[in-house]
Ligand binder design. Structure first.
Ligand code: CS2
Length: 485
């Protein structure tokens, strides 16, 4: 590793122009560094884009960052070594449950022109299959009624927008940076639905209409592999650098940010840092969600069951490499429209090299989390597009069966799997019933109704599930890549 930076700030923090919700590792490895570089490249005019980070849950990020004056190192780990960088875009960190008023005040300030979000799929409290608001979610029900103490991202956005309307301040632009399809359009729909519920309850007046007419929700595709930082990473970094960095993040060299350029109140010069500003991000999103996240989830479930702790371990085996290659070339790429400027086969070859990066220990267990929220956009849309042209994609069915085996909660050695999913209780019951495939496929919030009604799909998933149970994941993957003659 080249000599790591000291955590020093030579100038005062930049004035804030952005509030970011969800200050986890991905934000610190991606949005903050891009913004830092944009500020540096933008000269004096680019300076007022500092970021106030907001945690909706725990104080962890605040407790790590504030004692370090919001400075931290982002450590790029490539096959050829490590490159540490100091990131300085963050100006403050707020913890919403401790002081929701401070968060609303920050979001309502005129100089805040953008609110960015990385709250993970489940943070939007939507039905993963349809994208509509889960009005029976306890936090959403609470936030629809509250005047000043929201708990959810949607609650904060809508209450802050309402305040700005009342004060005659133009609305901020909302930039969703989570791995969801058409994420801007989806968030616009959720925010207006939520505001509509408040209008109906009499807590606001025609707010939904105002939001729909005045607030921009550009979509974005985000990409950088960022495993959770472990205690061992912190120790290793401290021993090399000589200082403890509680907010350290570790990421791969690659990054890609494709953003719809719709920022009525202006934006940082993210393009100066390499972000691609486009008119329509959808083809880029589909490419990434299906090629990267789709195979990531397949590797996570099948790899975990086969005993691989990390993605790099899984793709170090010929069987799991061949699994990815067959999935891409036979089942995924035929469903992906051509994004401008991308070479799809080369994109997939580069993905394999990224997965193989031995310096990135991305745990299969981490990616396996929240499958109920991830399957629809990662695997099920691709499955449906194959069915629409008369193809039965057996590899996707195997990946779905892998998820079904995984959520049953016991691995191939009989050890318990710690299942993290907002639907965990429901999934465990279904997965441990007499006919797990039928029981899981009938969960409409994940699968809709069409897949359970397709006899070919049901048979393919049943057969893959049986094979996984009888012979284990490695053999099931081998049988898919080399079907018996
Ligand atoms: C991963 C993603 O955790 C997961 O589910 O598939 O976080 C993935 O690493 C990123 O989308 C890469 O950009």
């Amino acid at each position: 590793m080249t000599s790591p930076p000291r955590l020093t700030r030579s100038t005062t923090p930049h004035p804030a122009g952005i509030v970011h919700v969800g200050p986890g590792a991905f934000f610190r490895a991606f949005i903050a560094p891009y913004t830092d570089e944009a500020i540096a490249a933008g000269g004096p005019k680019g300076e007022d884009w500092g970021i106030i980070a907001v945690s909706l849950k725990s104080p962890t990020a605040r407790d790590a960052l504030i004692p370090q004056r919001c400075l931290y190192a982002a450590l790029e780990r490539g096959p050829d070594g490590d490159v540490p960088r100091q990131v300085g875009a963050i100006t403050d960190v707020l913890v919403a449950p401790e002081n929701p008023a401070a968060v609303l005040d920050a979001m309502a300030r005129p100089e805040i022109r953008i609110v960015t979000l990385t709250v993970t799929e489940k943070g939007y409290c939507h039905n993963p299959r349809t994208g509509s608001l889960q009005t029976d979610h306890p936090d959403i029900a609470h936030d629809i009624a509250t005047i000043d103490t929201p708990r959810t991202a949607l609650g904060f956005l809508v209450l802050a927008l309402a305040r700005r309307r009342e004060a005659g301040i133009p609305p901020f632009t909302v930039l969703c940076c989570d791995n969801l399809p058409s994420n801007g359009a989806m968030l616009r729909q959720l925010v207006t639905e939520f505001a509509g519920q408040r209008d109906a309850a009499g807590t606001s007046d025609r707010l939904a209409e105002w939001i729909a007419g005045h607030v921009a929700f550009p979509s974005a595709m985000v990409d950088r592999i960022t495993p959770a930082t472990t205690a061992a990473d912190l120790e290793e970094f401290a021993s090399i650098s000589g200082h403890h960095d509680a907010a350290l993040v570790i990421h791969e060299p690659f990054r890609q940010w494709v953003i719809e350029d719709d920022f009525p109140q202006g934006r940082p010069g993210w393009h100066l840092a390499g972000a691609q500003m486009v008119a329509n991000v959808e083809p880029h999103e589909l490419m990434k969600l299906r090629c990267l996240n789709g195979t990531h989830s397949a590797l996570a479930y099948l790899g975990y069951l086969a005993g691989h702790e990390t993605i790099a371990n899984a793709v170090a085996t010929p069987a799991f490499t061949a699994l990815c290659e067959r999935l891409w070339h036979e089942e995924i790429l035929p469903t992906v429209p051509q994004p401008e400027g991308e070479d799809l086969p080369a994109y997939c070859a580069a993905l394999l090299a990224r997965y193989r990066n031995p310096a990135i220990r991305h745990r299969t267990w981490q990616i396996a989390m929240d499958g109920s929220q991830k399957l629809p956009q990662r695997l099920l849309g691709t499955l449906r597009d194959n069915l629409a042209v008369g193809r039965l994609p057996k590899g996707l069915c195997l990946a779905i069966a892998g998820w079904m085996r995984y959520v049953a909660g016991t691995d191939e050695a009989g050890q318990p799997i710690i299942l993290r999913d907002p639907m965990a209780d429901h999934l465990k019951v279904a997965a441990n019933s007499a006919d797990p495939v039928t029981a899981l496929l009938s969960i409409e919030a994940i699968f809709g109704t069409d897949l359970a009604g397709n006899a070919d799909v049901v048979a393919a998933i049943q057969s893959a599930y049986q094979q996984l149970s009888d012979e284990g994941a490695t053999k099931a993957v081998m049988a898919y890549i080399e079907p018996p003659a």
